[in-house]
Design a protein around this ligand. Structure first.
Ligand SMILES: NC(=O)c1ccc[n+]([C@@H]2O[C@H](COP(=O)([O-])OP(=O)(O)OC[C@H]3O[C@@H](n4cnc5c(N)ncnc54)[C@H](O)[C@@H]3O)[C@@H](O)[C@H]2O)c1
Length: 277
């Protein structure tokens, strides 16, 4: 990854403090982009052992800086529209421009680990994730999961658009999931939220095409992160016979934010080893 094809560009990665978002930030920093990370908790990587093991510095911002680019971290809850607008403006004020937005914040999380009182008996405090069904889902779960997936994505897109228009173009990558493409999975209401992101991506691409802003989405499948862990029991369902890695997803993000995808917009790329049939 020696070619600095994103030198001079500024990339915003939401939810970049751990997991897949961290991987996107490092990949784009490696390509020479200056990085802005917006996360509700810039220390989120501390929650999971895998994330702690992967970290090479106290924060992802420091990891990006070690790759020789400028990097900033902004702590904000992206379910708050005004806070999201302020954060995007802050990125432009501090880094000078905004070319790329990877709207990755989200997940099937009902309660984040740092919002809970740690269980003294447990080895690790973890996020509480969705367990609803299409016909039975608590109000708390419904609001939280729609908020952290749909609102964060839409608010971020709306916040970055004016800056990108002013500059004459940009690249937006929204993060959906195979759960948004396939109704067989057991993740509700997460799958519904991720399906909405696919529709929103297509609609936004229609609107922003004339402004030279590409809007696409990725739909990761079974990817090993600290939050979701190792799921070897799923391998036999995956034609490529392995779980996905953070790098597998980061490579597709690279495609969608560089000139390799200049004539691609409104599309969703599944990164699932062939899982969806
Ligand atoms: N890991 C997978 O297998 C997988 C599969 C499909 C889709 N995805 C999607 O990829 C994205 C990243 O997943 P991950 O596994 O790395 O999850 P993760 O929980 O490790 O990372 C998500 C990050 O987003 C941040 N975040 C959440 N809500 C936020 C808010 N309101 N404001 C600001 N920041 C917020 C969290 O603090 C966290 O750092 C999510 O959108 C998830 O739905 C993951």
């Amino acid at each position: 990854m020696s070619e600095k094809k994103l030198a001079g560009k500024v990339a915003l990665v939401t939810g970049g403090a751990r997991g897949l978002g961290r991987g996107y930030a490092l990949r784009l920093a490696g390509l020479g982009a200056d990085i802005a990370i917006i996360d509700r908790n810039l220390q989120a990587a501390e929650v999971y052992e895998l994330e702690r093991e992967l970290s090479t510095a106290p924060t992802v911002v420091a990891e990006c800086e070690a790759l020789g680019v400028r990097a900033i971290g902004i702590e904000a809850d992206l379910t708050d529209r005004a806070a999201t607008d302020r954060a995007a403006a802050d990125v432009v004020a501090r880094l000078g421009r905004l070319d790329i937005a990877v709207c990755n914040a989200g997940g099937g999380v009902v309660t984040f680990a740092d919002e809970r009182t740690p269980d003294p008996g447990a080895n690790e405090t973890v996020d509480v994730v969705t367990t609803g069904t299409p016909s039975n889902c608590s109000e708390e779960m419904l609001s939280r999961v729609l908020d952290i997936n749909i609102r964060t994505c839409m608010y971020t897109c709306m916040a970055v658009t004016p800056h990108m228009k002013k500059q004459g173009g940009g690249k937006i990558v929204n993060v959906s999931s195979t759960a948004g493409l396939d109704a067989r999975g057991g993740y509700h209401p997460y799958g519904t939220a991720k399906a909405a992101i696919i529709h929103y991506t297509r609609a936004l691409a229609q609107e922003l095409g004339p402004d030279n802003i590409n809007v696409n989405a990725i739909a990761p499948g079974v990817i090993i992160t600290g939050r979701l862990g190792d799921r070897p029991h799923m391998i036999n369902d995956i034609p490529l016979r392995r779980q996905g890695t953070i790098e597998d997803c980061a490579k597709v993000v690279e495609f969608l934010v560089t000139d390799l995808s200049d004539y691609v917009t409104g599309r969703t790329i599944a990164i699932d080893g062939g899982l969806l049939r």
